[in-house]
Design a protein around this ligand. Structure first.
Ligand code: ZNH
Length: 141
């Protein structure tokens, strides 16, 4: 469960990020692929150059899904039930990759919103993204 301050920090930073989900998401993927090149294997049919239309589209999808999650802190399982099935049964992304992606989301938020990314906000977002990952991995067996 998230306390009031965590909820506030999660909503506040998403409020700053939501208008630029594609640009931030593309940056998340660019960092992910450069810092953890093995993650590129899941996107073999994408143009993986920094800022490509593919990275903007996929980055936007992922960050907007994170945005939906910010509004469902108390019912992530039901909000993400379809997305969990997609990752577990169809995409079969190795669960270890979720930590790597979440780490890169944190870094990009910290770079873009340094004033807002206080230690408390850092910790709230870390906890939030970890629960998103746990939810998306919940259907793996
Ligand atoms: Zn994922 C897809 C989200 C993680 C890989 N994804 C996706 C989508 C979404 C997402 C929303 C879209 C779907 C549709 O279209 O229907 N993810 C997400 C999130 C997360 C994730 C939220 C966390 C946080 N993913 C992930 C990871 C990986 C992935 C980690 C690896 C590395 N995804 C993926 C893929 C896909 C997806 C591969 C598909 C793409 C295409 O299109 O092909």
């Amino acid at each position: 469960p998230f306390n009031a301050k965590e909820r506030e920090d999660i909503a506040h930073i998403w409020g700053k990020a939501c208008g630029q989900a594609e640009a931030l998401g593309a940056e998340v993927f660019d960092r992910l692929f450069k810092s953890c090149p093995a993650t590129k294997t899941y996107f073999s049919k994408f143009n993986l150059e920094a800022g490509s239309a593919d990275l903007k589209r996929q980055g936007g999808k992922i960050l907007n899904a994170v945005g939906v999650a910010t509004k469902h802190l108390d019912d992530l399982d039901s909000a993400f039930s379809q997305l969990s099935e997609l990752h577990a049964f169809k995409l079969r992304v190795d669960p270890g990759n979720f930590d790597l992606l979440c780490h890169n989301i944190l870094v990009v938020l910290a770079i873009h919103f340094p004033e807002d990314f206080t230690p408390a906000a850092h910790s709230a977002w870390d906890k939030f993204l970890a629960s998103v990952s746990v939810t998306l991995c919940s259907k793996y067996r």
